[in-house]
Design a protein around this ligand. Structure first.
Ligand SMILES: [Zn+2]
Length: 208
């Protein structure tokens, strides 16, 4: 949809030859959007923007993947008296509606090639702690991207100050060039989100 052949279309730089880029969509799940058990303000809007971004720019990516918080029994990550820093209300339980991807981002998930689930038995903020299953083997995000010769990633999703931050830092650590598309991210709190943005910028990510 929204296929416009206007010359304005290439306002975002086209993929550089020899530097295939992937889009990593972090935790765009119902529990992190309005109405969810750990709702982040602006989550649903970010889901819709990610859907539009992929509809318009999906062809510019060599791969599109998603991460998902996927909790069975994550221990002290869940609390009845959460501090919203290290402990949280229960969220993204395997099999619950809250763990499903937000319908606003449906156009994006139609193009997602692999989902990296994390946090089954402990807190896991970074998508690089997750794995997908291919041919009965667990494959982590870094290996999956390297297998496809990906060198650069765009990171988007929820939440800026937690899982987007951790996924970005791990992507840099793993040797990828990283761009964070900040209009396509939502954070738990403005202060910690601003801190996270400057931290990941200092670590080497480009913030768009
Ligand atoms: Zn979690």
């Amino acid at each position: 949809m929204a296929q416009e052949s206007s010359p304005e279309r290439s306002e975002q730089p086209a993929q550089a030859p020899g530097a295939p880029r992937a889009l990593v969509i972090v935790d765009v799940q119902n529990d992190f959007c309005e109405g969810g058990s750990l709702a982040v303000a602006g989550g649903a809007e970010v889901a819709r923007r990610i859907g539009r971004h992929v509809a318009e720019h999906g062809a510019e990516y060599a791969a599109i993947v998603a991460t998902a918080d996927w909790h069975e029994d994550p221990g002290p990550h869940f609390s009845d008296h959460p501090d919203f820093a290290d402990s949280w209300p229960p969220h993204c339980r395997v099999g619950s509606d809250g763990a499903l991807f937000h319908p606003g981002a449906e156009q994006a998930f139609e193009q997602v090639q692999a989902i990296f689930r994390k946090g089954q038995h402990a807190a896991a903020y970074s998508g690089f702690e997750g794995f997908t299953v291919e041919a009965d083997q667990r494959v982590g995000l870094a290996d999956w991207l390297r297998d496809r010769a990906i060198e650069e990633v765009d990171v988007v999703g929820i939440a800026t100050d937690y899982c987007v931050r951790a996924t970005t830092l791990d992507a840099l650590q793993s040797g990828f060039q990283v761009r964070v598309l900040s209009d396509l991210c939502a954070g738990v709190a403005p202060g910690t989100s601003a801190d996270a943005i400057s931290e990941i910028q200092t670590a080497g990510a480009v913030i768009n």
